[in-house]
Write a protein that binds this ligand. Structure first.
Ligand code: 5GP
Ligand code: ZN
Length: 107
């Protein structure tokens, strides 16, 4: 297993999850580019959101719902939800993940 996010979601690399659902987890980005920068990651490996959408709509919905939850819990309600898809779009980890970013943390 040489996928960093498979190691994080499975617990091989210990990580503090800010939230978890049955099939997905959320944790802080190691290199935050906004005051709030969380990653929402399904436990099952799909390389990007296109592959996830094509193969597992239920899991896609679960990822979106967990993103919505952590945004509600960690931001003032204004946030960006981003799936970088493909190297030329800036994707560097090829295990699908949603970025939840915001300028303002929840008061
Ligand atoms: P991408 O560029 O693929 O859309 O986003 C990958 C993100 O994962 C980057 O923002 C990067 O900082 C983050 N990242 C990479 N390795 C790790 C890690 O080991 N732990 C955490 N928490 N974040 C990571
Ligand atoms: Zn993986």
């Amino acid at each position: 297993m040489d996928c960093i996010f498979c190691k994080i979601t499975s617990g091989v690399i210990p990580t503090n999850f800010v939230a978890e659902s049955e099939h997905a987890v959320a944790f802080r980005d190691i290199s935050p580019r906004q005051p709030v920068h969380l990653l929402v990651v399904p436990k099952k490996h799909y390389s990007d959101v296109a592959e996830l959408t094509d193969n597992d709509e239920n899991l896609l919905l679960e990822v979106l719902k967990l993103a919505r939850q952590v945004a509600a819990e960690n931001t003032d309600g204004s946030f960006r939800l981003t799936f970088n898809t493909g190297a030329s779009a800036g994707q560097t980890v090829f295990h699908v993940h949603a970025h939840v970013t915001a300028k303002a943390a929840r008061a």
